[in-house]
Design a protein around this ligand. Sequence first.
Ligand SMILES: NC(=O)C1=CN([C@@H]2O[C@H](COP(=O)(O)OP(=O)(O)OC[C@H]3O[C@@H](n4cnc5c(N)ncnc54)[C@H](O)[C@@H]3O)[C@@H](O)[C@H]2O)C=CC1
Ligand SMILES: O=C(CO)COP(=O)(O)O
Length: 329
Amino acid sequence: MPQRFARIGVAGAGAWGTALANAAARAGREVVLWSRDGAAIAAMEASRVNRAHLPGVELASSVSLSTSLHSLSTCDAVLLVVPAQASREVAHALAAELPPGTPLVTCAKGIERGTSLFMTQVLREACPQALPAILSGPSFASDVAAGLPTAVTLAAQQVSTAEALATALGSPSFRLYHSDDVRGVEIGGAAKNVLAIAAGIVGGRGLGASAAAALIARGFAELMRFGRAYGARAETLTGLSGLGDLILTCSTTQSRNYALGVSLGKDDGFHPAGKLAEGALTASVLVAMADAKGVDMPIARAVEAVLAGRVGVEEAIGSLLTRPQKAEA
Ligand SMILES: NC(=O)C1=CN([C@@H]2O[C@H](COP(=O)(O)OP(=O)(O)OC[C@H]3O[C@@H](n4cnc5c(N)ncnc54)[C@H](O)[C@@H]3O)[C@@H](O)[C@H]2O)C=CC1
Ligand SMILES: O=C(CO)COP(=O)(O)O
């Protein structure tokens, strides 16, 4: 396996794919940024800006653009940066292109509906010759693109692979920690999005800063319980891709998941249409997987029930506040 990773492919030219392409370029890599959308690529070729997803940010000169997945076949590693529910389809298409042993790093935060598989499990099935890895942590695309200081975790089964990739992609403003706790990193990223919707509901309802802090703390307890049941390490969940990303995403309408929660909390009928809120897609599968292992997740369950339209926001809040008194755990 090449350890220098001179050439990095990025499959998916949304906000995060574009920001990561620029981050890899900043780290000195040659980058190929792929999108299935020919018109989007043509517009980016002309303006060198991804106006649809990351306006105001110029693409680095070492980022080339392509609509052909074949152009990723010569890359030393590929970042897969499409929504969680689209990851199988694109990974499957990449299976026809990637040489055996190419690291394929999912940057999506979610769990596959229908299969209840975590993202690297999806990669293993859809692109079996690749080495699956995951990049996750508190990082808004616009912050990374602006060169603001950001730290994330990159995990792979072989820690040497994770370390080499982290070295290749990192720069002073984009710091990557490496890990071999793949499961912990993917659970943190997937679960926090569901809890961020709950935090947004609290914010949108005007329940106050104390309630917001309680929500984050009790939400984190749920994330820890789920993580423990599915084999994550506690130190990963208390790190960047668990607690770190939960704090970020539960704090600001810069987060699409939080913003969705705010609109639900305000009952204003506004939903950020067209904006990807992964938590809305992960909520039901997360709750089903919690049920399968007997994990208590009342906040995630309330979010799922509100999204499904089974209960109103007021009722969901009421049922959380009137749960039987219990020991803190
Ligand atoms: N935007 C952010 O700040 C961050 C996003 N992420 C994660 O990255 C993933 C992608 O998010 P964004 O880039 O923000 O979303 P986005 O909505 O900006 O872009 C998604 C991209 O995927 C493409 N796409 C959708 N379905 C596809 C398919 N079936 N085949 C090929 N391409 C497809 C779209 O055309 C679009 O270019 C999500 O899982 C998100 O949670 C993670 C960290 C930060
Ligand atoms: O994952 C993110 C920050 O770490 C982005 O959050 P949203 O998808 O909620 O915008």
